[in-house]
Design a protein around this ligand. Structure first.
Ligand code: ADP
Ligand code: MG
Length: 624
């Protein structure tokens, strides 16, 4: 008599099923697998919908009916869920009317111009002694502007640059007899102070400015002493990488680069304690986390951004998992330095500065898992749907199941370490030759990478960020070819869609999607890769250190990567590169020889069930 069983792994993001039939002699045949999005938070009754869907799909794929199903094996979901928060810790404020860092799409002319700001009406009457920069108000026609500047230059006025409100810089530049740098799209032109000395710089296409982004360049132009140079150095820093900029020097105008008092984190370890200021950055925070580990809980300083951040994570996890606030503990914390574009307070043209921020991912441990309730709900739901004889059992520690599943990868053997790269957490487990297992769960995984990409590119669109994370980039250079990010060219027979032309595109499975931002391909690529490194390389090393015998990575021989992020086109190679110096062989798993890095926990549940039933060594693996 066969038993038809299905192992179901409810993850933070994905619910996976592995369907098998078991012979009375204990041999297993895997007959189906399926995955769906997890419904609700892992470990809560809302999971039922996803479980039912995934089980039914697995049955469908195997040509079986719900009524055939004898047993559903649910994982004893480690009651850990993850939360995310991000806070900026610096801000740039412009006081009075210094203007910085404006980077319009299409500045005109090129070069550096220094002079006193004169408004457009007074241009004709300007004296010929001092160099001037002309300020052109909203609505002035480009032809009128160009004619007036040409006339002034002819009569001997030394016009060295122009600041425009309209988006006309190129049109004006093309009509001038003498080439000057022109900045446009200055939306609040009324705030630019007339009579002050200013500098306008425009670099050639594909270049960035040299003088205004250099503190000593500013000192030279404005005749600053060492103290004043110190004060303006944030201006130079904010302008780095721009193609164009204006700096106006007003007597008391200033740009402040200040650190927001972010507050501190209190780390409570099993035996040690630490307090660390969040503005000290990720490296310091993580050093303290490691020092006090294992972590028991984390508190944020009340009344500060950090306090609010930690309280939010805790509260949302308490709400979602239906636990009392006091029962929610933070068992791991990953801090990451990031830089996010933010509009500068006090700016005149929507100037943006990259502000430093810290992202925190927290792993929350609740008192108990809600899997019993989930199992009951699954039973009644599926019985009602026609699975008349089905039983639901909860069992197995997730990490142990993951190793059992990973061991179905061809070419693997004990001792073995698995790294499960999921959506919310990075989980690691080790199985030694004597079957002893150990596991660890770390905060931060695929969702954090997506969030970093979203924030650092200023997208405010998680779907787009997810696409950028998963796909290589290209640039449509003509209607018939794209340049791929590795420098090679791909040609097409049919013209590319006009929406893709001259754009950076994400090369997905279903075709190419233009990325609607001004960022260059190189910048998007750099953000994408460093986000993956900051999350997964850091977490892989942390995880391996915590389960390696004696904390020594050299004691680990083989690492198998599992989970959704092991499907990524570059994460596995980034991790493999990072662990190679320790002599570790690292590759992506192929569960059951067919499922790739997916389905390990679900298949492990079946394998462990079989082992618990049959007294003899069970035969695990697909039967031909
Ligand atoms: P969990 O076990 O927490 O439910 P998963 O193992 O399903 O999580 O992994 C989810 C993560 O994997 C998400 O961050 C998702 O972006 C990522 N992911 C899923 N499929 C792919 C893919 N084909 N390429 C890259 N990343 C992927
Ligand atoms: Mg998982």
């Amino acid at each position: 008599m066969f038993r038809t069983v299905v192992g179901v792994d409810i993850g933070n993001s994905t619910t996976e099923s592995s369907l098998a039939t078991i012979d009375p002699d204990g041999s297993v045949e895997y007959v189906g697998a399926a995955l769906t999005r997890t419904t609700g938070i892992k470990g809560t009754v809302k999971n039922v919908e996803g479980v039912a869907k995934s089980v039914m799909r697995a049955l469908e794929g195997a040509g079986m009916a719900l009524a055939d199903l004898d047993l559903i094996l649910l994982n004893e979901a480690t009651p850990v869920i993850s939360g995310l928060a991000m806070e900026t810790i610096t801000e740039t404020i412009i006081t009075e009317s210094t203007m910085i860092g404006h980077d319009p799409r299409t500045p005109g002319g090129r070069g550096l111009g220094v002079g006193t700001i004169v408004d457009f009406e007074s241009l004709a009457e300007s004296d010929t002694e001092t160099p001037i920069i002309v300020l052109v108000p909203r609505g002035t026609d480009f032809d009128v502007t160009a004619k007036a500047i040409n006339a002034a230059v002819e009569s001997g006025v030394d016009v060295t640059g122009a600041i425009l409100c309209n988006d006309d810089a190129v049109l004006v530049a093309n009509r001038l007899n003498v080439k000057i740098p022109i900045i446009d799209e200055v939306s609040r032109i009324d705030l630019v102070p007339v009579g002050m000395v200013a500098a306008v710089e425009v670099a050639g296409p594909g270049q960035s400015i040299r003088t205004l982004s250099n503190a000593y360049g500013l000192a030279t132009i404005f005749g600053l002493d060492p103290d004043q140079t110190k004060v303006v150095s944030p201006v130079a820093r904010a302008l780095t990488g721009n193609r164009s900029a204006v700096v106006v020097r007003t007597p008391s105008g200033d740009v402040e680069d200040r650190t927001i008092p972010a507050g501190s984190l209190e780390l409570q370890g099993e035996t040690k304690k630490a307090k660390v200021d969040v503005s000290r950055g990720a490296a310091d925070i993580m050093a303290e986390v490691q020092r006090v580990s294992p972590l028991v809980d984390v508190m944020g300083e009340a009344g500060t951004n950090t306090g609010g951040m930690i309280a939010n994570v805790r509260q949302s996890m308490a709400d979602l998992s239906n636990h009392a606030l006091a029962d929610v503990r933070i068992g791991d914390l990953l801090a990451i330095d990031t830089a996010v574009p933010q509009e500068v307070r006090g700016g005149m043209a929507g100037e943006v500065a990259l502000e430093n921020a810290v992202a925190l991912a927290a792993m929350v441990r609740t008192k108990e898992s809600g899997m019993k309730a989930v199992a009951e709900a699954v039973t009644s739901h599926l019985r009602a749907a026609g699975a008349t004889k089905v039983d639901v059992a909860v069992g197995g520690v997730e990490a142990e199941m993951a190793v059992l599943g990973a061991l179905t990868t061809p070419g693997t053997d004990k001792p073995l370490v698995v790294l499960d790269l999921g959506g919310g957490s990075t989980d690691a487990a080790v199985i030694e030759t004597n079957d002893h297992t150990d596991a660890t769960h770390l905060a931060g995984a695929g969702d954090l990478v997506t969030k970093l990409i979203d924030a650092e590119l200023g997208l405010d669109n998680l779907e787009l960020a997810e696409e950028i994370k998963r796909c290589p980039l290209g640039k449509a250079e003509s209607f018939f070819h794209i340049r791929l990010e590795n420098g090679t060219v791909q040609f097409f027979e049919k013209p590319l869609p006009p929406t893709a032309f001259a754009r950076v595109v994400a090369l997905g499975e279903t075709g190419m999607n233009p990325i609607p931002t001004r960022h260059s391909l190189d910048r998007i690529r750099a953000v994408r890769r460093t986000a993956k490194e900051r999350v997964f390389v850091v977490n892989a090393l942390r995880a391996l250190r915590s389960i390696a015998p004696g904390g020594d990575l050299r004691q680990i021989g083989f690492v198998v990567l599992l989970g959704g992020c092991a499907l990524d086109f570059e994460i596995p190679e980034l991790i493999a590169d990072a662990v190679a110096p320790f002599g570790i062989v690292c590759g992506t798993g192929n569960v059951r020889g067919t499922e790739g890095p997916r389905n390990a926990v679900a298949s492990g549940l079946v394998a462990s069930y079989v082992a618990s039933q049959a007294p003899a060594e069970p035969q695990v693996g697909a039967r031909a």
